[in-house]
Design a protein around this ligand. Structure first.
Ligand code: PMP
Length: 310
């Protein structure tokens, strides 16, 4: 992977290559990290970051939930990010990974005596998923999404991504693009690293706020775009039959922005062409074009959501 030259590590901007830790670190052994995945865009000669403050808030909340006892203010955080972006002399779209972790070597998972710190690295990232030749092929995962009684589902906790790793690897091993995750009761939760929006009988439905899904910043944005365009959102339970017979299943997250699911377990979803292949639907097309306008700076919502690096 092609990481950018500078990273933030041990309270300073340093060369990415020099930002290293011991193999015995607590965070490597036990997955004791929480992280953010943030996208930045280079458009019309300007660098802007999508909803940086919301990513900051989720990161701090995750640290709280996990009991890391770490804090940094929004002002300090945004100053570090600004300095890092400038230092990397960005001229392309990118991905940024801020995370809170413990670099101390330990052989026990307990928290006592450990200190947590912030690090950030960056890499170029253009489109992550290409849907020019169709949407994503989903497989119902045999791995359930863990529930909140096991691990806080609203924290992007490093160790919990073993769940995504198992699900997505199985899906790909079986020839699919992505895993559809269900909770213990069989309700649809999310994809392995993205949220879902179901269009069902012309209504927009997403899983309950109290579901095991991560509170994605992109899905929140997509729902606001739909509301801005006059649509109502319903929250509720979604089962597999609803997905099979949905008008559209949309997949949304920082990396993929918005894509559509073409099938679940080999059954096409939504409107079909005469070869029984699913077509991209109207909600997908609307969200894709609105989102592109927003990140290019030409939408009423751009000002609210883009943090410009000056
Ligand atoms: N669910 C999971 C499990 C994820 O890892 C992600 C990616 N962060 C999302 C949903 C989407 O969240 P966001 O829109 O904030 O990237």
């Amino acid at each position: 992977m092609d990481f950018m030259k500078y990273a933030y590590f041990k309270n300073e901007i340093t060369e990415f290559e020099k930002a290293t830790v011991s193999i015995a670190t607590h965070s490597l052994q036990y997955g004791t990290t929480c992280f953010g995945g943030v996208r930045g865009y280079y458009r019309n000669g300007k660098v802007s970051i999508f909803r940086l403050e919301d990513h900051y808030i989720r990161l701090i909340n995750a640290s709280k939930m996990l009991g890391f006892e770490f804090y940094i203010s929004w002002d300090e955080f945004k100053n570090i990010v600004t300095e890092l972006v400038k230092k990397n002399e960005i001229k392309e779209d990118f991905y940024m990974r801020p995370f809170i972790f413990c670099s101390e070597p330990r052989i026990s998972p307990k928290k006592a005596g450990l200190t947590f710190e912030l690090a950030i690295y960056m890499l170029p990232l253009a489109d992550y998923v290409n849907t020019d030749n169709g949407g994503m092929k989903f497989m119902s995962s045999t791995y359930r999404k863990y529930n909140d009684a096991a691990i806080p589902t609203k924290a992007k906790a490093g160790g919990s991504y073993i769940n995504s790793f198992l699900a997505t690897s199985d899906a790909q091993r079986n020839g699919y693009d992505e895993a559809l995750m269900f909770d213990d009761a069989g309700n649809v939760v999310e994809a392995s690293v993205a949220n879902l929006i179901l269009i069902y009988r012309d209504k927009v439905i997403i899983p309950d706020t109290g579901s095991a899904a991560l509170e994605g910043i992109t899905v929140r944005s997509m729902l606001e775009i739909l509301e801005y365009n006059g649509y109502d959102i319903q929250r509720g339970k979604i089962d597999r039959s609803m997905v099979f017979t949905a008008d559209e299943l949309l997949v949304t997250g920082t990396a993929m922005k918005i894509v559509y699911a073409e099938s679940l377990d080999g059954r096409p979803i939504g409107q079909l062409d005469y070869s029984a292949k699913a077509l991209p639907g109207k909600f997908y097309k609307l969200l894709k074009s609105e989102f592109e306008k927003i990140i290019s700076g030409g939408h009423e919502l751009s000002k609210k959501w883009l943090f410009e690096i000056k």
